[in-house]
Design a protein around this ligand. Structure first.
Ligand code: ZN
Length: 144
């Protein structure tokens, strides 16, 4: 799909990287979960408000490479307003996408499709996957 490293940084990824829309604190968060990708130095903390099984708001704080921070913003954009069950399906679809498999056709991954280009670069896959790995853990911890 993408043949050059430069194309990792497609406009859509850079736009999300620069966006502040989903960054910041979230008073009243019901889930706070963080994680890091030490290979690259990416750090991410998500704060979510989950009410009646729906992710009503989602914000993140973090630092690291453009891929990691863009992925964090994209994921927040996709998951806000979704149910926890839908979030789980989206995360599974993203994992499939990164493994080069056909994701579940009924799941709309939205802008996150732009990240599919990084799967050619295994080191970068960890940057992108940090976001959904962190969210997945947060949602699971909350469920227990
Ligand atoms: Zn990174």
């Amino acid at each position: 799909m993408f043949d050059h490293l430069d194309e990792l940084y497609r406009d859509v990824i850079l736009d999300h990287f620069k966006s502040q829309k989903y960054k910041g604190e979230l008073p009243g968060a019901t889930i706070t979960v963080d994680g890091a990708n030490p290979l690259c130095g990416d750090e991410l903390t998500y704060r979510l408000i989950v009410a009646k099984g729906v992710i009503t708001r989602m914000r993140f704080a973090g630092k690291g490479c453009a891929i990691s921070q863009a992925a964090a913003a994209m994921l927040a954009g996709q998951l806000e307003g979704k149910s926890v069950a839908e979030a789980g399906r989206l995360i599974e679809a993203l994992k499939a996408l990164m493994q080069g498999k056909e994701p579940d056709a009924s799941v709309d991954v939205g802008d996150l499709e732009a990240l599919a280009g990084v799967r050619k670069f295994p080191v970068r896959v960890k940057c992108a996957a940090l976001s959904w790995n962190v969210v997945e853990r947060g949602l699971k911890e909350q469920a227990t």
